[in-house]
Design a protein around this ligand. Structure first.
Ligand SMILES: NC(=O)c1ccc[n+]([C@@H]2O[C@H](COP(=O)([O-])OP(=O)(O)OC[C@H]3O[C@@H](n4cnc5c(N)ncnc54)[C@H](OP(=O)(O)O)[C@@H]3O)[C@@H](O)[C@H]2O)c1
Length: 229
C-alpha cells in the first residue's frame, strides 16, 4: 500500500500531558508548537475533530433536509495550492465558511455515519472529503486516498492525544517530533500525547530510535525519533 510518510508532532509537559489548561504562559507554549512545526516541511498537516474546531466556522449553519441525490463518494473541492490540512471528522460535526485554513486546502476524513445535508454543506463550501470506513475510521484507507487523490507524500499529525493514539495503534507513525516543555503537570486523567486505551492490553508499546536532540530557547527540548515497526 502506498501511503504518505507520517510524522507525529507534539508538545507536552515532561510527564506527557498535552492540554495546557493549567500551564502558565499558554500562548508561549502554542508558539513553541508552531515554531517547531514550521521546521517540518510537509504536504499536509492533520488533526482530530476536537482540535479542528479551532480552525473551522463558529457560526450556526442550518444543514436542512436529507438529499437523495448526493452519494457517499469522495469529493475534491476546487482549490489551487498543493498544501492541505486534514481533519478527521467521523460523524460530521464541523462547519465551514470557506475551504481554506490560511494557505492550506481543507480535506475531511469521514465515515458513512455523516448525513447528506452535511455533505451538501461541504460541497457548497468546496471542502474536500474522503470516506474511510462505514462506522469506524480506517486510517490506512484514509492515508492511501490522501496519497492517490491529492498527491500527498508527507503528513504531519498535529494532535491531539486521541488522534496521535489512533495513529500509534494503527502502526502508521514513521517518525515522532516531541517537544518537552519545562512543565511538570501531574493532572491525572487529562490528555496525554498518546491516548489509546486504559491500562495495559495485549498491544505492544512501540520502540523508538532517537534521531536527534536539540535544546530550544525557554528550556524546551526537541527530540526526534524513528518508530521501529
Ligand atoms: N500539546 C499539543 O501538541 C497539542 C496539539 C494539538 C491539540 N492539543 C490539545 O488537545 C486537545 C484535543 O485533543 P483530543 O485528544 O481531545 O482530541 P483530538 O485528537 O483533537 O480529536 C479527537 C476526535 O477526532 C475524531 N477522530 C480522530 N481520529 C479518529 C479515528 N481514527 N477514529 C475515530 N475518530 C477519530 C473523533 O471525533 P468525534 O468526537 O467527532 O467522533 C475524536 O473524538 C485540545 O485541548 C488541544 O488544544 C494539544
Amino acid at each position: 500500500m502506498k501511503r504518505p510518510y507520517i510524522i507525529a508532532h507534539m508538545v507536552s509537559s515532561i510527564d506527557g500531558r498535552s492540554t495546557p489548561e493549567n500551564w502558565p504562559n499558554k500562548s508561549k507554549m502554542a508558539g513553541v508548537f508552531e515554531g517547531v512545526a514550521k521546521k517540518i516541511k510537509v504536504d499536509a498537516w492533520l488533526v482530530g475533530r476536537t482540535t479542528m474546531q479551532e480552525f473551522c466556522s463558529h457560526k450556526a449553519h442550518r444543514l436542512g433536509r436529507p438529499y437523495r441525490t448526493i452519494g457517499y463518494t469522495d469529493f475534491v473541492g476546487a482549490h489551487k495550492g498543493r498544501l492541505y490540512c486534514v481533519g478527521v471528522d467521523p460523524t460530521g460535526k464541523t462547519r465551514w465558511d470557506k475551504n481554506m485554513v490560511t494557505t492550506e486546502h481543507v480535506i475531511l476524513v469521514l465515515t458513512h455515519r455523516v448525513s447528506t445535508p452535511f455533505l451538501r454543506h461541504l460541497r457548497d463550501k468546496q471542502v474536500s472529503y474522503i470516506f474511510a470506513g462505514e462506522r469506524e475510521v480506517n486510517l490506512e484507507v484514509a492515508m492511501r486516498k490522501l496519497y492517490d487523490l491529492f498527491g500527498i507524500r508527507t503528513v504531519r499529525v498535529d494532535g491531539g492525544g486521541a488522534t496521535w493514539g489512533k495513529f500509534l495503534k494503527a502502526s502508521l507513525i514513521d517518525e515522532i517530533s516531541h517537544v518537552a516543555l519545562p512543565v511538570a503537570d501531574g493532572s491525572m486523567g487529562t490528555n496525554t500525547i498518546f491516548d489509546v486505551e486504559e491500562g495495559h492490553s495485549s498491544r505492544r508499546a512501540k520502540v523508538l530510535k532517537l534521531l536527534s536532540v536539540k535544546r530550544l530557547p525557554g528550556d524546551c527540548v526537541w527530540m526526534r525519533y524513528r518508530v521501529k515497526n
